[in-house]
Design a protein around this ligand. Structure first.
Ligand SMILES: [Zn+2]
Length: 409
């Protein structure tokens, strides 16, 4: 929902970038890892040697980072170079750290420590593997293993279904788990109908009981300045949405039935053409997946239409709350008028490179001005002709980062 909406685009891009940058020094130090992207399934894996994995561990040191250890041998001789590699979702960039190796050439330790700009929330998934080189030059890539960046410093709860993994900090009402699982299951056919490309991974929802815990994993992230704070973020690079629960803003059933579904829709958007562009297009589409909010939004937007206050979608269209509400109604209109698969078709066109406006024009068979007039007429606008936007209107950058006034506590 609006209040909890984040940075989900700009920050995720920033994060992905810092992950890549962070991995470069390691690559530069290591001869055999100088290729930026070693193939995930190497041919001739292991070279002429026989490799044996004796022990492999992952340890979360949240909030500081995590540690990989490996004990392995090669019949080719001592292991002289080793790196742990990992990623937080199948669509995120991978990171690597060179390991220190003991004198026997069999025991390795690689450590990741968070830094400003290179941090992930607790309970991010970790898919990891090692690339090893022995003293005669054989190279071996270990099989993939999976772990979680567990927060062992406080009490958390976890529930998992076919659709989602939910983590909630002790203090968040426990209904959040089953409610979220039920909501995701109920919406499963709707996601399948409306997105051509599946996520390719199971999304995670991480719900914090207090702001301090949320702000801890990446100091400074919660504070934006100007008396505003960020209370949530959704990121493709960790395949998750992280949200602070605040009962005074949103009851738990709304978090489960609206917020999480909305944020998961943003993850689908990443996989189906991206989240940049027109705020009403992006946020309206994400709101389209909320289970409960629809009737209230419809009431509000139809009232604006009756009172002649409906903002236009021309140029960049509305910003802020109006973008979410009018955008939502636009997708309702489009799918009611042009078929239940109209959202899916429009996004497929965007994914194939069409602009958002051109994609909609293709679906409706009208130019965008005619399309908007038809939409406004359907809403019952007293002024269905599209008003000319004032040239002095400040346009909002999409998607609108949203903040909440600081006095939370
Ligand atoms: Zn959103």
């Amino acid at each position: 929902m609006f209040k909890r909406e984040m940075f989900f685009s700009a920050l995720a891009a920033f994060l992905a970038l810092t992950l890549i940058v962070a991995s470069l020094p390691a690559a530069a130090q290591s001869g055999f890892l100088s290729t930026a992207t070693p193939p995930p399934s190497p041919t001739n894996n292991g070279g002429n040697a026989q490799w044996t994995i004796l022990n492999s561990t992952f340890e979360s040191n949240f909030p500081k980072g995590f540690t990989f250890t490996l004990e392995a041998t090669s019949t080719g001789g001592k292991i002289v170079s080793a790196a742990a590699l990992w990623r937080h979702s199948p669509v995120s960039s991978r990171t690597r750290r060179l390991a220190t190796i003991d004198e026997s050439g069999t025991k390795m330790v690689a450590v990741w420590e968070k830094s400003p700009g290179d941090a992930v929330p607790q309970w991010a998934g970790v898919e990891y593997w090692w690339v090893l080189q022995d003293e005669v030059g054989n190279i071996y890539e270990t099989p993939r293993q999976y772990a979680e960046y567990a927060d062992n410093t406080r009490k958390w709860h976890r529930m998992e279904s076919d659709d989602i993994i939910v983590f909630w900090q002790d203090g968040v009402p426990d209904e959040i788990g089953p409610l979220t699982i039920a909501a995701m299951e109920r919406q499963r056919p709707f996601y399948e109908l409306n997105w051509a490309n599946p996520l390719g991974y199971k999304p995670r929802a991480i719900i914090y009981a207090d702001f301090e815990t949320w702000a801890e994993w990446s100091p400074g992230r919660g504070t934006v300045g100007g008396g505003l704070v960020v209370v949530g973020q959704t990121s493709q690079s960790w395949g998750a949405t992280a949200q602070v629960y605040d009962p005074f803003i949103q009851p738990v059933d709304e978090v489960a039935n609206d917020t999480v579904l909305h944020e998961v829709a943003h993850l689908y958007q990443y996989a189906n053409g991206g989240t940049s562009g027109l705020t009403w297009f992006i946020e309206g589409s994400a709101t389209f997946f909320e289970l409960r909010s629809g009737p209230r939004i419809e009431q509000r937007v139809r009232r604006w239409a009756r009172e002649g206050r409906l903002p236009t979608l021309q140029e960049r269209g509305p910003g802020g709350r109006e973008a979410y509400d009018v955008g939502y109604m636009f997708w309702v209109w489009l799918t009611e008028t042009y078929g239940a698969d109209a959202h899916r078709r429009a996004w497929e066109l965007v994914r194939s490179g069409r602009t958002q406006r051109a994609a909609i024009e293709t679906v409706t068979g009208m130019n965008f001005l005619e399309t908007e007039t038809a939409f406004r007429t359907w809403l019952g606008a007293v002024n269905p002709e599209v008003p000319t936007p004032l040239p002095t209107l400040p346009f909002f950058l999409p998607p609108t980062p949203t903040y909440e006034p600081t006095p939370r506590r």
